[in-house]
Design a protein around this ligand. Structure first.
Ligand SMILES: [Fe+2]
Length: 254
């Protein structure tokens, strides 16, 4: 089975469509989104409709929890730009889509093979940026989650593609950012955590949309960084009255 896994579409319809198109091309049979469908960009309603229409398995990210906060009359813990954008999403998606997003689970076990988290196995809001954080997260997954499936997970939240591996024989964790298309073969007995980046607001220094394919028969994980019509997304951000900084950062990939 080929799984197409992406994260953080953040209301960027063009970026999401690029990832989905690549999933189709790769023959992905199951689609998975690691959270943050809304926020930041101008098309939260179309992005929600598209993932639902295609039956994408979704979890919620901190931006979906932000919707819950707004619903409860609380201020989501976000920077001013993110806050303005989540308020925009809240209004634009309407009640039905909001209900669906808020009801999503915080994590998923897919086919008893792997887990999906937004930030990390330890906490949905944790950012995994370095080896130490990755080592704690991999340990938590192995100890706190029942087998099978607790040796492999896919995460998002940082908006940067990365791979982390634990070798139980050497008792060593390795990790690296993935900045270009790459296929990795998984070794038996090792534990892995892959950050699939973001298809809606990539922050690895390039204006791209990222998607990852896991082939459970070949035991390979392939990263794809895709170009898309960034200028169109930027124009929509500016036209909808969202902070211009959000358009700027899309073009710079940060
Ligand atoms: Fe995000």
């Amino acid at each position: 089975m080929i799984y197409g896994i992406f994260s953080d579409p953040h209301s960027n319809l063009e970026g999401l469509e690029a990832a989905l198109e690549e999933c189709k091309r790769a023959g992905a049979e199951k689609l998975i989104c690691c959270g943050d469908i809304v926020g930041y960009n101008a098309d939260p309603d179309s992005c929600v409709d598209l993932v639902r229409e295609l039956g994408v398995l979704c979890i919620r990210g901190n931006h979906e929890r932000g919707l819950q906060d707004l619903e409860d009359g609380k201020l989501p813990p976000m920077n001013p730009f993110a806050l303005e954008a989540i308020r925009f999403s809240f209004e634009k998606i309407g009640e039905k889509r909001r209900e669906w997003l808020i009801s999503l689970p915080n994590q998923l076990l897919v086919d008893d093979i792997f887990y999906v988290f937004h930030g990390s196995p330890r906490h949905p809001d944790e950012y995994i940026f370095d080896i130490m954080e990755a080592a704690h997260a991999l340990k938590s997954m192995a100890h706190d989650y029942p087998p099978p499936g607790n040796r492999l997970c896919f995460i998002g939240h940082t908006h940067v593609c990365a791979a982390y591996a634990f070798d139980p024989e050497k008792m060593k964790v390795e990790g690296w950012e993935v900045a270009e298309d790459r296929t990795l073969r998984l070794k038996p007995g090792h534990h892995y955590m892959f950050n699939v980046g973001s298809c809606g607001q990539y922050r690895g220094g390039k204006p791209v949309s990222s998607v990852v394919f896991f082939d459970s028969e070949r035991m390979t994980v392939s990263f794809r960084l895709l170009s898309y019509d960034v200028e169109k997304t930027q124009r929509k951000v500016l036209q909808s009255g969202l902070p211009p900084y959000l358009a700027l950062r899309l073009g710079e990939g940060r």
